[in-house]
Design a protein. Structure first.
Length: 112
């Protein structure tokens, strides 16, 4: 099996695409990420991450219909693939395993 390497920003982008379901395109992904992260994201950084995710086979693209709102251009939609969901699952499992290894004395900090 191929090693799963997923950076933090790529992970957020992939999760956002999955959450947006059929409405994941550049603007909606960017707006959703900015709302979640509470910071501005450059469109260049977003599209670079989208390209990497597509190259890994974790995202597919499809082209929507022409709309007047888009100035006659077609939207490029992004869909999470089965492999993308699997990658997220594996990363989540790894994070949970590491989190579970934190000593109880460190967890006391959460209790205040």
């Amino acid at each position: 099996m191929k090693k799963i390497i997923l950076g933090a920003f790529e992970e957020m982008v992939l999760l956002t695409i999955g959450a947006l379901d059929t409405n994941a395109y550049g603007v909606t992904i960017k707006e959703s990420l900015e709302a979640q992260l509470k910071k501005r994201i450059s469109i260049g950084a977003l599209y670079a991450a989208l390209q990497r995710l597509e190259e890994k086979g974790w995202v597919d693209t499809r082209v929507g219909g022409i709309t007047e709102k888009q100035g006659g251009r077609r939207k490029q939609y992004f869909d999470i693939t089965k492999e993308g969901v699997f990658a997220l699952y594996k990363v989540r499992a790894m994070r949970n395993e590491l989190f579970d290894q934190l000593p109880e004395r460190k967890m006391q900090w959460l209790k205040g």
